[in-house]
Ligand binder design. Sequence first.
Ligand code: B4P
Length: 191
Amino acid sequence: MLNIVLFGPPGSGKGTQAENIISKYHLVHLSTGDMLRAEIAARTKLGTEAKMLMDKGDLVPDAVVVGMIENKLSANHGAAGFVFDGFPRTVKQAEALDDLLIRHKAPIKIVLSLFVTEQELTKRILHRGQTSGRADDQNEAIVRNRVAEYRTKTEPLAKYYEAQGKLKQIVGEGTIEEISALLYKEIDKVK
Ligand code: B4P
């Protein structure tokens, strides 16, 4: 099984690159951001609670996203592999994912970390905010909070995966196709 984690700050291109990777390698895309937005659209209790945090740029509780991922893994038995996009975002989530994948006898093969400067991240997200309708994309203070959440809670994960020998750093600036090519090169080495 080919299990890939796409890692990087908000706006680094995880969602964009996940789309290309899943179609090239026939994998299942698991984006916790998309799952949470689907809950919001369906006006579930979980969605209502998540929206209050997401609109401020805060992370939602670990137990909520871990539960969603667990359900999706069970529902996709027999998949060739998964692209985890925006998950894990805390060390607790990473440990939970390792436990889940051990039970599925299919550990993570590679963690692809996209590096993009803060200035470019803000520019991309505010640009997307003009059309996405996402409250968290439209206000510079909220974008800055998302990046701050990333720096304090998510970035330490790089060390977690580095210690496992799975982390690969990729330059996340350039055309979408150029970045995809760099990612495919790393994936081909481990598949
Ligand atoms: P996400 O949906 O994961 O939001 P994101 O980080 O902005 O997405 P992404 O990084 O994939 O966007 P992309 O660069 O592709 O999370 C939203 C919120 O949900 C979080 O703030 C949090 O509240 C909550 N959440 C989600 N997962 C969670 C978890 N595990 N735990 C706790 N809370 C969680 O795209 C950005 C823009 O850049 C696009 O417009 C794209 O077109 C553009 N772009 C991409 N590549 C480009 C390139 N090479 N050049 C120019 N532009 C590019």
